[in-house]
Ligand binder design. Structure first.
Ligand code: CAA
Length: 706
């Protein structure tokens, strides 16, 4: 008896139900059993209509992505769909939760679709670097038109059931119990004598000209920069004008091409890396199973500066009650302003309606009394980066909060271990390193110490999931994962290149052409050069670094060239504009600093800029792995793709290193070690993996099984 797809007769309806937790992915077994269930239904004389639905939280998240790396077994998606579409009985899909990718494509091959009011339907394949390859590019345009189909597939964002109805994608939006509504729908079909209605027999009512294609691509230009999947997608949708059999053959070829692309391999790697990083690694599986995460309903934040306010917004957005504490009424008033203006800007940009903003603002309360946070399920300290102050706040919290209550510090520079040690319950202390802007950044570094308990980590993961952030665990060390790699690798190299002769604009442009959202100097100007300088002062208390280490940025801070906020930094910004204009004053400063250090300046190629910045990032990443600061190379990829603008379609620095080939990476690192000096010492891990013909991915597979 089948476990994944069940079949039952509900006279006159043959009810087929997919039950493949957690997301009803349509893998090989589901396809096999679907075909089997359809065959059984067709044999029954009492069945006159077929209904396909799913149990669990959603209709289906699509094809089983974990099967993409091996040949897809038969029956293929196309074979299953042809079976459904050519069925002599009408087939209805009943959709709840999500119908994504291959899940939606399955529904498109059915003759009718009923969707629950809160269901969402989408084609997110582009986010994985592939095109819908199960008839989606041919059937969706036949139902809703080529232009609407292109828009849906380019954005990857699902549409609501009412919007899907308006588009012609679903026939009925069901209120109440979906199964009852769908059964009623089926019986009505029988009653009215309505039979099969194959989507493939329809014709596409509109076309796509070049102007329309360009207009459709424009809003996605930033996300799709450096990618190629969209070109394949356009080609496939254009083919929907052809007879179905021809179009579907073109789609199959293009889908295969997209699946085999580096872009797709990288994006699929990031997809799974993001899911894996949010799991307990380095904690024995027995401990992980026993770890009971605490339920979080109310969060308290101590400190109402920019970070504290941003964190408050992040939690309010996630539907939690937030209490912000500060002992300075003026600071609380400023925080209120920050929160109001952030929401006002979201409303102005059309990201949310005023009612939603008001509701979220209403979730955030202020208090001047620290004791009031006693009821919070999670307390996050976000006061100034000062060891004494943080120690005071954490010890105070530790003295009155129940011992199992999680306390997090939002430090980015201080030793979490030292902070934990000063409390009586160090097991419940960890770092939650939010990135600016805290409500929008997708990354959350969870900093664990030798004392942090599995329960605390488990709760932190749950918090990250609730905030829809990618959680990555870092051991407590200089800069944690991301900033360590940025400071000792990527950004340091960018600064050295300036001293050696490159200009800020040249460095930024080269790295933006490589695919970074923004070059390093533009990032520094955006965040504030003083912020970096202050952070390094704190970090140097843990470990110092020899000169030249951010000597340019620190001089700019001294000169009050703090970046965009003062109108001058690595660049000039005229009259409040965000446009970075090169400034000779900065070049003169760089020349002076280089001269003082005996660095002779020369012409530097863009290729050298990219190679040095990326290889140094990879090398420090490998050291971070060697030192056990990150548990997996894939975790580093998540940090860099979700928090530092590394091009997602290259999979993150460590995945990218694998695609370059570690022996080649090592060769170039050795070259720079010889020409530039000690700090290019090749990571032992790279040497070991290169010698063994291995990769970071293989290392992840073999090393993280604690
Ligand atoms: N295939 C295989 N596994 C999948 C999957 C899929 N399509 N979608 C999710 N999963 C797995 C995740 O890897 C995760 O596994 P673990 O618990 O082992 O880590 C588990 O399901 C739960 O996923 P999430 O943690 O992401 O759960 P969530 O509730 O936060 O999000 C979701 C659910 C919105 C469906 C999200 O998982 C998601 O976006 N999935 C991918 C959807 C997608 O891209 N579909 C298109 C697939 S390609 C396709 O269908 C091609 C085609 O044309 C045939």
């Amino acid at each position: 008896m089948s476990q994944i797809v069940t079949f039952e007769e509900r006279d006159p309806v043959g009810l087929i139900c997919i039950d493949n937790p957690p997301v009803n992915a349509i893998g090989h077994s589901v396809r096999l059993e679907l075909v089997d269930a359809i065959a059984r239904a067709q044999k029954s004389s009492s069945i006159t209509v077929l209904l396909i639905m799913s149990s669990g939280e959603m209709f289906s998240a699509g094809a089983d992505i974990s099967e993409f790396d091996r040949p897809l077994g038969e029956p293929s998606f196309q074979q299953v769909q042809a079976r459904i579409e050519s069925c002599h009985l009408p087939v209805v899909a009943a959709i709840h939760g999500l119908a994504l990718g291959g899940g939606l494509e399955l529904a498109l091959a059915c003759h009718y679709r009923v969707a629950q009011r809160n269901a969402r339907l989408g084609m997110p394949e582009i986010t994985l670097g592939i095109i819908p390859g199960a008839g989606g590019t041919q059937r969706l345009p036949r139902l809703i038109g080529a232009r609407a189909a292109l828009n849906m597939m380019l954005s990857g964002t699902p549409v609501s059931a009412p919007d899907a109805k308006a588009l012609g994608l679903v026939d009925e939006v069901a209120e109440g119990d979906l199964c009852d509504a769908a059964l009623r729908f089926c019986k009505r079909l029988v009653h009215e004598g309505l039979g099969p209605r194959p989507t493939c027999n329809r014709i596409v009512f509109d076309g796509l000209d070049d102007t329309e294609i360009a207009a459709a691509l424009l809003p996605h230009a930033r996300v799709l920069k450096g990618r190629t999947t969209q070109d394949l997608l356009v080609e496939a949708i254009k083919a929907s004008k052809l007879p179905f059999a021809q179009g579907i053959a073109i789609e199959a070829a293009l889908a295969q091409k997209s699946l085999a692309s580096r872009e797709s391999l990288a994006l699929r790697h990031v997809f799974f890396a993001e899911r894996e990083s949010g799991k307990l690694s380095g904690v024995s599986s027995a401990n992980a199973r026993q770890a009971q995460p605490a339920a979080i309903r109310q969060v308290a934040i101590i400190g109402s500066g920019t970070m504290g306010s941003g964190i408050a917004i992040a939690f309010a957005d996630a539907g939690l009650e937030v209490l912000v504490n500060d002992n300075d009424p003026a600071a609380l008033a400023r925080s209120r302003e920050i929160i109001h203006s952030t929401y006002a800007s979201s409303v102005k940009r059309g990201r949310m309606i005023q009612n939603t903003a008001d509701e979220r603002i209403g979730r955030i309360r202020n208090t001047l009394t620290l004791a009031e946070v006693a009821d919070a399920d999670l307390v996050i300290e976000a006061v100034f980066e000062d060891m004494e102050l943080k120690n005071y706040v954490l010890s105070k919290l530790d003295s009155f909060l129940p011992p199992q209550r999680l306390i997090a510090t939002n430090t980015s520079t201080l030793s979490v271990t030292e902070l934990a040690r000063a409390t009586r319950h160090p097991g419940r202390i960890l770092g939650l390193h939010f990135f600016v802007p805290a409500h929008a950044s997708r990354l959350l570094e969870i900093v664990r110490t030798e004392y942090t308990s599995a329960e605390s980590l488990s709760t932190a993961f749950r918090v990250a999931k609730r905030l829809k952030k990618n959680a990555v665990v870092s051991r407590d060390a200089f800069g944690f994962i991301g900033n360590r790699m940025m400071l000792d690798g990527y950004f340091r190299e960018a600064e050295l290149l300036l001293l050696e002769g490159a200009t800020p604009a040249q460095v930024d442009t080269a790295l933006e052409n490589f695919g970074f959202a923004m070059g390093p100097q533009r990032v520094s100007d955006l965040g504030g050069n003083d912020v970096g300088t202050k952070a390094r002062v704190q970090l140097f208390k843990r470990e110092s670094r020899p000169d030249p280490y951010f000597v340019i940025a620190d001089h700019l801070t001294e000169m009050e060239r703090l970046g965009q906020k003062t109108g001058r930094g690595f660049y000039r910004y005229e009259n409040g504009s965000r446009e970075a204009v090169p400034d000779w004053e900065v070049i003169t400063l760089i020349e002076k600093l280089a001269l003082e250090r005996g660095i002779s300046r020369r012409e530097i190629s863009d290729q050298e800029i990219v190679e040095r910045c990326i290889l140094s990032l990879i090398n420090v990443g490998a050291i971070v792995l060697e030192e056990g600061i990150a548990a997996r190379a894939a975790d580093i990829d998540v940090v860099w793709t979700s928090g530092y603008g590394f091009p997602r379609q290259l999979g993150g620095p460590m995945f990218y290193a694998d695609t370059l080939g570690l022996p080649d990476v090592l060769l170039r690192i050795r070259h720079y070690h010889k020409t530039l000096g000690y700090y290019w010492r090749p990571a032992t891990l790279i040497e070991r993996l290169a010698a063994a013909g291995s990769s970071f991915q293989q290392w992840d597979g073999s090393s993280v099984s604690q």
